[in-house]
Design a protein around this ligand. Sequence first.
Ligand code: NAG
Ligand code: NAG
Ligand code: NAG
Ligand code: NAG
Ligand code: NAG
Length: 535
Amino acid sequence: MAHTGTHSQPVRACLLLVVVSVWVQQVDGVWPLPQQLDQSADRNSLSPQRFSFTYGRDSAAQTGCSVLDAAFKRYFSIIFPDFTKGSENGLQYMWSEPQPFVVSVSVKTRGCDGYPDEDSDESYNLSVSEGQAVLRSVTVWGALRGLESFSQLVYQDDYGSYFINKTEIVDFPRFAFRGLLLDTSRHYLPLHAILKTLDAMAYSKFNVFHWHIVDDPSFPYQSRTFPDLSNKGAFHPFTHVYTQSDVMRVIEHARMRGIRVIPEFDSPGHTQSWGKGQPNLLTPCYKGDVPSGSFGPVDPTVDTTYKFMESLLKEVKFVFPDSYVHLGGDEVSFACWQSNPNVRTFMEKMGFGKDFTKLESFYMESIMNMTAALNRTSIVWQDVFDYHERIPQDTVLEIWKGETYQAELSRMTKAGHRVLLSAPWYINHISYGQDWRNSYAVQPQNFSGTEEQKKLVIGGEVAMWGEYVDATNLNPRLWPRACAAAERLWSDEEKTLNADLAFPRLEKFRCELLRRGIQAEPLFVGHCKHEYDGL
Ligand SMILES: *[C@@H]1O[C@H](CO)[C@@H](O)[C@H](O)[C@H]1NC(C)=O
Ligand SMILES: *[C@@H]1O[C@H](CO)[C@@H](O)[C@H](O)[C@H]1NC(C)=O
Ligand SMILES: *[C@@H]1O[C@H](CO)[C@@H](O)[C@H](O)[C@H]1NC(C)=O
Ligand SMILES: *[C@@H]1O[C@H](CO)[C@@H](O)[C@H](O)[C@H]1NC(C)=O
Ligand SMILES: *[C@@H]1O[C@H](CO)[C@@H](O)[C@H](O)[C@H]1NC(C)=O
């Protein structure tokens, strides 16, 4: 940063403008920014003793609704942390009689026991007036989003009293799919780290946890059908695995926060760890006429591979309730297939010539067909499209490759496919400075194409690949950097184009994350009222 003292007059004028907009922006203290938000300077005081959540009389959900009962409990503690910690100084409430404040929640459809899915309505309206707030939504998932916004509107003055201003919000997400990828193969992430990530995701209104659960380095998923996969393929068969009950906890923790869990079982590449517990699955590589002892991608030429994949996918369908499953399909190296005489014979028989992309196509098409037969929607990485494969029309394509993603968005949507954008949000890559601004500048629908094509972009994903990430640095690397994409995917682009205007609101939100116990790294020089205390 330059020293402002050396700046010339026009620059000063500019700074003044920034200061003014900072002040205006503080009014919009919700991250991600709601579609419509009107706040006034009419202030209500709140006190934990006289505060309650309740179900509206016309609400389809009433007491006993698992998702909302739990959310009321959670948000009470979030809004009144001092009170919950028992260190509340009761004195402050003796100066004035505390006024009652009631948050009344009404949802149109019950659905308290279901799971959020691709077509879940997350819209909500929130109206805060004297002594009450009225939150209306179509589903319980929308109510969760509204409770989150409500919690961000409450603030404390220097004496510790709580306030909320009169506010009107009409809100809904811009994109239905707002994902975050964690990689639990390159490093094992303990269960608590995953659960905490889900908490923080809900604060930013992310709604999909893309669980890249297995890969080359390790296979921590403990399969009921194929226990040897983790027995032999995990870093450790007892300490570095996700048991069935661990997976159920993740899915339930996510459900309670309106988050879908989509597992990725990436094949035919990225499967070295699978081979340890499943003999004859991987292709033996050859050196000349003899096997070299090393293995390549899944062997797409033998029936046993497809029988295995079908059993595994059946189990995945049974364990993971979401209607989507990620099948990977990226970065397949052809060298090993090429070296293997059986594979070459198979290529000839199938008429693939020497084009190994055809072999990969054949494999992926079989797996996608299998998934469709199980009534699940496949997501695959962009490689599968780049190979010109026949792809079932409802398959979702995910873009991960670098700088040319606009052209890829154009091509994929032109072919009529739904698309997820991840390439500009690989935030495992770090650099000095405020790199959240790059994430914030992304315009997912700014590519050449028709309006129909633009609608095929269903959302995007922040990716946190695990080469250099484990539970020691996961949270500071994710937060608040992931929040930039969260706002891009939720909010109106027109209202959120300017990162300088967003900055003070993001700073405030980052402080709020600290207050909630998320170890979010600093954005720049400054301080928070409640610093992270390491406890
Ligand atoms: C809330 O009301 C107070 C007191 O009237 C006012 O000073 C403040 O600017 C308002 N805050 C917002 C976010 O509108
Ligand atoms: C929220 O308000 C908008 C605009 O007034 C209205 O169209 C919509 O139906 C409302 N949604 C709910 C869930 O009440
Ligand atoms: C297939 O899945 C959809 C939604 O995921 C569900 O509504 C439908 O009932 C399922 N069909 C069958 C035959 O299971
Ligand atoms: C996948 O299903 C389509 C449509 O039923 C079929 O034409 C195609 O041959 C199948 N592909 C493979 C590799 O089984
Ligand atoms: C879309 O992107 C192009 C080039 O990247 C840029 O020049 C243009 O201003 C962007 N459009 C909008 C509406 O911001």
